[in-house]
Design a protein around this ligand. Structure first.
Ligand code: NDP
Ligand code: VSD
Length: 325
């Protein structure tokens, strides 16, 4: 609830943050560590992880027992995840929070994507999450064979989807369907892991600044930039702050800006609500204005494709001028 912040208490707990060598993952790890939460940073690139652990430790200074460490692992591979959890068990750690932040997009027109880019969309965005959660859950089950399910310790999985899961649009073919898969996975995990005392949250960020965001801007088609204009990129630090704040207020569908909340109202389905009464009203308004809004989007898309014919016109102009000579 918005008036109580007691639903997420990192002090003295342990968090596994996957996708923490840069971007939102490391911002979240820093904020958790500041609240005396032990953090284990995971990503593929060891030197960057090492740097980030140092940065976090230097920024925070003394803690009341919390530690910061890293494990380099490509979690898109299932067997690597089994090894990851073995390593965590060997270190005598049992994460209370599992943040699945790994993910990135290669925004391009469908036609411009390579086969490799399409499959990397699946592995980087979906496999990284499902593998970590599945191997982690199996490991917890194996470690507690006799435990009645109600007595499992409280654990919390936080998956990272995107606003494009609510509203998929031109340029995100390599990415948005995977984020919709993450949304779907979160609904199922809530049902299957809930009885084992897992809380499952799913975050749907709008644009925020990060190394990944800078990279995607390089290939992002102009039309994609135009349509997502209303989702102005907020700072990574601010985004992490919003996510942790909403989790502490008990929300399990987390959006990071107003546009995200609005678009979330258009696909309420069986997602946990956030200001549910207003979402129901917004969903009614949205369903009325949606045909007009979508007409505007399609009109922009048509204009974009018309303008793309321009280079041909230039060639034609050159030919014309050659004719004159
Ligand atoms: N930035 C934005 O505007 C938005 C981002 N999101 C989502 O939020 C999350 C964080 O985004 P952002 O901070 O921008 O991401 P970045 O691209 O900046 O960082 C992604 C992180 O994931 C790690 N990673 C990627 N693949 C793997 C892998 N196979 N195994 C382990 N780690 C991996 C990367 O490290 P390494 O390369 O070292 O493995 C890196 O630390 C992502 O899921 C993204 O899709 C959602 C909406 C908007
Ligand atoms: C029916 C018509 C409705 C029109 C609404 C237009 C507003 C759209 C805002 C979309 C914001 C998308 C953010 C994507 C972030 C993301 O996931 C990437 N940065 C990848 O990392």
């Amino acid at each position: 609830m918005w008036f109580s912040k007691s639903h997420f208490k990192p002090n003295g707990k342990t968090a596994l943050v996957v996708g923490a060598s840069q971007g939102l993952g490391v911002e979240i790890a820093l904020k958790l560590y500041q609240q005396n939460c032990t953090v284990i940073l995971v990503a593929r690139t060891a030197p960057r992880l090492q740097q980030q652990v140092k940065r976090i430790q230097n920024t925070v200074g003394e803690t009341n027992g919390a530690t910061a460490s890293y494990i380099a692992c490509d979690v898109s591979d299932y067997n690597n995840c089994v090894k990851l959890w073995d390593e965590i068990v060997q270190r005598n750690q049992d994460p209370d929070f599992i943040f699945c932040c790994a993910g990135s997009s290669i925004p391009k027109l469908f036609n411009d994507l390579s086969g490799e880019e399409i499959s990397s969309g699946v592995t980087v965005n979906y496999n990284t999450a499902v593998n970590v959660v599945h191997t982690g859950f199996k490991q917890v089950l194996a470690a507690n064979p006799e435990l009645p399910i109600k007595q499992y310790k409280k654990r919390h999985i936080i998956l990272f989807s995107s606003v494009v899961s609510f509203f998929p649009f031109i340029g995100y073919a390599q990415y948005a369907p995977m984020k919709a898969a993450i949304q779907s996975l979160s609904l199922i995990l809530r049902q299957e892991l809930g009885p084992y005392n897992y809380r499952v949250s799913c975050v749907f960020p709008g644009n925020f600044q990060s190394e990944g965001y800078t990279e995607e801007q390089k290939t992002k088609p102009e039309i994609t930039k135009t349509i997502e204009g209303p989702s102005v990129a907020i700072g990574g630090d601010e985004c992490a702050e919003i996510v942790l704040d909403k989790l502490s207020k008990g929300y399990d569908t987390v959006t990071t800006d107003f546009v995200g909340w609005l678009l979330g109202s258009s696909v309420l389905g069986t997602l946990p609500r956030c200001w549910g009464f207003f979402q129901v009203i917004m969903s009614l308004i949205f369903s009325i204005v949606e045909p007009i809004a979508l007409w505007v989007v399609f009109r922009d898309i048509a204009k974009y494709f018309d303008n793309r014919k321009k280079p041909v016109t230039v060639i034609e102009e050159v030919e014309e001028s050659n004719k004159d000579k």
